[in-house]
Design a protein around this ligand. Sequence first.
Ligand SMILES: [Zn+2]
Length: 273
Amino acid sequence: MLFGTAGVPISSRARDTASGVARIKELGLGCMEIEFVRGVKMGESTAREVRKVAEKEKVALSVHAPYFINLNSNEKAAASAQRIKDSARIGALCGAGDIVFHAAYYQKNSKERTYQIVKKQLEEILQWLDARKIKVRLRPETTGRKMQFGTLEEIIKLSSELENVLPCVDFSHIHARTRAYNSYEEFSEILAEIEEGLGREALKNMQVHVSGIEYGHAGEKRHLNLGESDFKYRELLKAFKDFKAEGAVICESPNLEEDALLLREEYKTGGIL
Ligand SMILES: [Zn+2]
């Protein structure tokens, strides 16, 4: 498992992405998610620079597409799909292989209807990427709020029905949404479900989000540092080890690298539980 941050580490003096990647390496971390969450503003030449640094420092990159995405919306679907395409196009130039996004809100549609609409939209995006030979995997994320499309079941089903789609498993979101899934047994259940639905390959190729989290009846309220939250990250790391999971663990705590390093240390030392 590689550990890294959602965006440029706080301790990176320069705030640009390439400097952030270099800082990841200095910290001894292994991956970073590029945050296009407020829009894809990076140009092609910058993206190529990022790729050079990431290849030199051997830092694995992924991209988080803009928050303003709702594939289940008559008015916003086209603009939403475009944001995913732009994220993929620039992300691929950065050398990122995985494009993470929150796919949709249910709004007035049933869960089943929303699923069908999201699936159709993703099919169109996959064709667009394929026609341009943009080689990335789409990673719809398990979301934290009940009004959002993105239960674990929905994401596994999408991933099983579409090629080049795999889950981004945000364990903190699943915990916040269900107010459960916060123990070794339950984390193991999630990993077993992924293996059953998508095969061993999916566990060898994980994209994971972790942070502390505050939640209420509707689910996620905000991210917290792990030390301030009830999230049982040690048990999650133990489950990763026991399932021999591999991939990238992106820390979304407000303190970013501090918790990413904590996770990496806990994982490495094996002094878990
Ligand atoms: Zn996300």
